[in-house]
Design a protein around this ligand. Structure first.
Ligand SMILES: NC(=O)C1=CN([C@@H]2O[C@H](COP(=O)(O)OP(=O)(O)OC[C@H]3O[C@@H](n4cnc5c(N)ncnc54)[C@H](OP(=O)(O)O)[C@@H]3O)[C@@H](O)[C@H]2O)C=CC1
Ligand SMILES: CCCCCCCCCCCCCCCC(=O)[C@@H](N)CO
Length: 382
């Protein structure tokens, strides 16, 4: 059939001709122009154009980074040091922490003013998290840190039945509990009531979690890991609501007991990060998992850190670091607070259309894998 007949059948104007514009009424053109402007404005906003205020000012502030001795955590530590922050890195291995402190000193923007410190602690132990916050407060002349960024964690991939149940529990400890313990100790310190006459001007504080897009979209072979990351996302959403009660009380600080500062919660959802932890997980990752995540092109720790910090500076809450990550978030926004009502709504519509294809595709690939290769051989680490 002649394509022009097809267009005619659907009453569509022939777009090859400029005269086609005459076929539209002024209101339709006006509405389209308005719609395009809103989209352009939203996209410009997403990339930070036009917003002057930095919502994540770290110059002269004190920042604690768990998992700050390696990978993404270390990259964050170096970049915040380059922006003038005093930084404390926390992890277990002392030698790696000492290296990170040396590197932070080298990247400091004002080395005479900035201070750096490390604390060796296993954050799966809640008492250790209390100690970290107490030690940092002492080191910071009695003031709690301004920013706490939870980055500790690693992935132990494998199929659910192949991974010993004890190791599933260990992943929950390493991922969820290191974050929840740190958040608990931090918020207990930040939310201590201060009486109106003891209030001093204190800048907004930030608690940041590091999740993974696997919290939005699970992939076969990550069952030890994804549930723990999904739990962090749920904790983050709960806290983002709960903290509003304290922020509300803070708004009345001159007449009633209230915390010393406003608090904001944020969560980062990276895709693959080319870190030492990633090299380890690749060694034991099932081949099917590698195939299912092949659309992911892992980013360098410093790219992930840079993109995350820029999003924090724009004041975002749920933060993804690349296009596919935005799509994965868009399909799972659920009840989470939005960064932009229009942008996130359009993103979720697009993502939900894309996922009509992705859901059966992932399951189909898993089925085909079993049909072709039979049962998996449990990997050597299990
Ligand atoms: N790599 C990836 O592909 C992705 C990673 N992520 C997440 O991003 C974050 C950073 O990952 P990545 O850059 O790979 O990190 P690395 O694996 O390279 O480093 C992990 C850091 O966490 C510390 N750590 C681990 N366990 C504990 C513990 N029990 N107590 C205190 N510190 C601990 C490590 O130090 P030490 O061992 O000395 O304690 C190290 O500093 C993690 O939360 C990870 O789950 C998210 C998406 C993708
Ligand atoms: C256009 C849209 C297509 C969507 C296709 C779906 C692809 C899913 C990719 C999932 C990638 C998961 C990366 C998580 C990395 C991670 O957290 C681990 N490395 C742990 O360390």
């Amino acid at each position: 059939m002649d394509p022009r007949d097809l267009l005619a059948r659907f009453h569509m104007p022939q777009l090859s001709s400029f005269q086609a514009l005459d076929n539209y009424s002024t209101p339709v053109l006006g509405a389209s122009a308005l719609f395009c402007t809103i989209i352009a404005y939203t996209i410009a906003k997403m990339f930070g154009y036009g917003s002057r205020k930095n919502e994540f000012e770290v110059d002269g502030k004190t920042v604690v980074i768990t998992g700050g001795s390696d990978g993404m955590g270390k990259a964050v530590a170096l970049q915040l040091s380059a922006k003038g922050a005093n930084v404390v890195v926390v992890a277990r291995t002392v030698s790696k922490l000492q290296n990170a402190v040396e590197e932070m000193k080298a990247s400091a923007v004002n080395s005479s003013k900035q201070k750096f410190h490390y604390i060796s602690a296993d954050l799966t132990d809640p008492a250790e998290c209390e100690r970290v916050i107490a030690e940092v407060t002492l080191w910071n002349s009695g003031a709690p840190p301004d920013v706490v960024w939870c980055c500790a964690g690693f992935s132990r991939p494998g199929f659910f039945v192949d991974v010993p149940i004890k190791e599933h529990r260990q992943q929950m400890d390493t991922l969820y509990w290191t974050a929840a313990n740190t958040a608990h100790a931090t918020l207990r310190s930040w939310l201590t009531p201060v009486s109106p006459n003891e209030q001093v001007k204190t800048p907004r504080r930030h608690l940041i979690f590091t999740c993974s897009t696997l919290a939005f979209v699970p992939i076969a072979g990550y069952s030890p890991y994804s549930p723990a990351k999904a739990a962090i996302r749920s904790l983050s959403d709960t806290l983002s609501q709960e903290i509003e009660m304290y922020n509300g009380a803070y708004s009345q600080r001159h007449s009633t007991n209230a915390p010393a500062a406003d608090v904001k919660i944020h969560t980062i959802f990276p895709m693959g990060i080319l870190s030492p932890g990633f090299d380890n997980e690749q060694k034991i990752k099932p081949e099917l998992t590698k195939q299912l995540e092949e659309a992911d092109k892992p980013q360098t720790p410093s790219d992930v850190a840079k993109i995350s910090i820029s999003a924090l500076e724009r004041g975002e809450y749920l933060i993804t670091t690349m296009f596919i990550g935005h799509i994965l978030k868009g399909t799972a926004l659920g009840p989470s607070p939005r960064n932009s009502i229009i942008g996130d709504t359009l993103l979720s519509w697009l993502s939900n259309l894309v996922f009509l294809q992705v859901i059966p595709d992932l399951r189909g690939k898993a089925f085909k894998w079993g049909k072709k290769n039979g049962l998996p051989t449990p990997n050597p680490a299990s």
